[in-house]
Design a binder for this molecule. Structure first.
Ligand code: HSE
Length: 298
C-alpha cells in the first residue's frame, strides 16, 4: 500500500522578504506516493502530469530527498516512489520544493515517522540543492509547514513558522516564458545602498507586524521590494502593467513569485482575488503570451 503525500506551491520571495520569507498556497501542488520495497535502493516507477522529468532517483529531487533520509537513518531496505505533478516546472511557484516536501513527508510516514515535520525541512532542502544548486528553505519550509514561514538564518538554520494569522488570498499569473533562477539571480547587484536597505527592513518588519496584528492596511503598505524587483522585473514581460492592474483592482500588494516569471498578488477576500485575476489577465490578453492563472487561499 502506498502512502500518499500532497505538498502545495509556495511564493518565496514575498516582496521585501527576499530569500527569507515564503508562504504556502492550498493549490496547485504535487503528490508523492511512497512504499517500502524489499529490494534495496530507490526506484521511481511512475511520473504523471508532466513530461521530461528524469525517473533516475539520483536525478529527480524526490529520489535525492528519499536517499538522504535513508542514508541518515542507516536504512538498507528500498523504496518505491511515484510523482504526480500538479504544477508547472520553472514557474517561480516552488515546483521542485513541492515535490521535495511531498517526498520528505511520504517517506517519513513509510519509515514510521522518525522525524518531526520541522525536521523534514533539511531533507527537503536537499531537493532544492539538486534542482537549483542552492539548498534554500524559503519554499520547502512553507510547503511542509503551511502558512507563512520566516527563515531567520541559515547558519544554523532557524525556521520560524508564522501560520496564517489573517485571511489572505493569492492570485498568480504564470506567463509561460522560460526564466532560469540562475539568470534571475545573476543579474542582481551585490551591494545594497543604505537608504534602500533601511526601507526594505522597515517594510519587512511592517509586514511581519501587519500579519501578526491582522492589520491589512499595514500589510498593504509593507508589500514592496525596491531593491530586487526593479532589477529583476525587466526579465518578465508586462510586469509593470500587470502589477499596476492588480493594485488598481484592489490587491494589497503584488510582486514577483520566486525568481519569476510568475507574478503574485495578495488580496483580503476571495472575491477581490478573483477581480484581481481578471485585471491581471487583461494585461496579457493581446500580448500573444500564454498564461496560466491560479487563485488560492494562503
Ligand atoms: N528566493 C529565490 C530567488 C527563489 O528569488 O532567487 C528562487 O527559488
Amino acid at each position: 500500500e502506498f502512502v500518499k503525500a500532497y505538498a502545495p506551491a509556495t511564493v518565496a520571495n514575498v516582496c521585501c522578504g527576499f530569500d527569507v520569507l515564503g508562504f504556502a498556497l492550498d493549490y496547485p501542488g504535487d503528490e508523492v506516493w511512497a512504499r517500502r520495497s524489499n529490494a534495496p535502493g530507490i526506484r521511481i516507477t511512475d511520473i504523471k502530469g508532466i513530461g521530461g522529468l528524469s525517473a533516475d532517483p539520483a536525478e529527480n529531487v524526490i529520489g535525492v530527498v528519499a536517499q538522504k533520509m535513508l542514508t541518515e537513518l542507516g536504512i538498507t531496505h528500498g523504496l518505491e516512489l511515484q510523482l504526480h505533478k500538479g504544477m508547472p516546472v520553472g514557474s517561480g511557484m516552488g515546483s521542485s520544493a513541492a515535490s521535495s516536501a511531498a517526498a520528505a513527508f511520504a517517506v517519513n510516514e513509510v519509515l514510521g515517522k522518525p522525524f518531526t515535520t520541522e525536521e523534514l525541512v533539511v531533507y527537503a532542502m536537499e531537493g532544492e540543492r539538486k534542482a537549483s544548486g542552492s539548498a534554500h528553505a524559503d519554499n520547502v519550509a512553507p510547503s511542509l509547514l503551511g502558512g507563512f514561514v520566516l527563515i531567520r538564518d541559515y547558519d544554523p538554520l532557524d525556521v520560524v513558522p508564522l501560520g496564517t494569522p489573517v485571511d489572505l488570498y493569492c492570485t498568480i499569473i504564470y506567463p509561460q516564458i522560460e526564466l532560469k533562477t540562475s539568470l534571475a539571480r545573476s543579474i542582481l547587484k551585490k551591494e545594497i545602498p543604505m537608504k534602500k536597505g533601511i526601507r526594505q527592513w522597515g517594510n519587512l518588519a511592517g509586514l511581519m507586524a501587519g500579519l501578526l496584528k491582522g492589520d491589512y492596511g499595514l500589510i498593504g503598505r509593507s508589500l514592496h521590494d525596491e531593491i530586487f524587483e526593479p532589477e529583476r522585473s525587466i526579465l518578465i514581460p508586462l510586469f509593470k502593467q500587470t502589477k499596476e492592474a492588480a493594485l488598481s483592482a484592489g490587491a494589497l500588494g503584488c510582486g514577483i513569485s520566486g525568481s519569476g516569471p510568475s507574478i503574485f498578488a495578495l488580496s483580503a477576500t476571495a472575491e477581490q482575488a478573483e477581480e484581481v485575476k481578471l485585471a491581471m489577465q487583461q494585461t496579457y490578453a493581446e500580448s500573444g503570451i500564454e498564461i496560466k492563472t491560479y487563485v488560492s487561499k494562503v
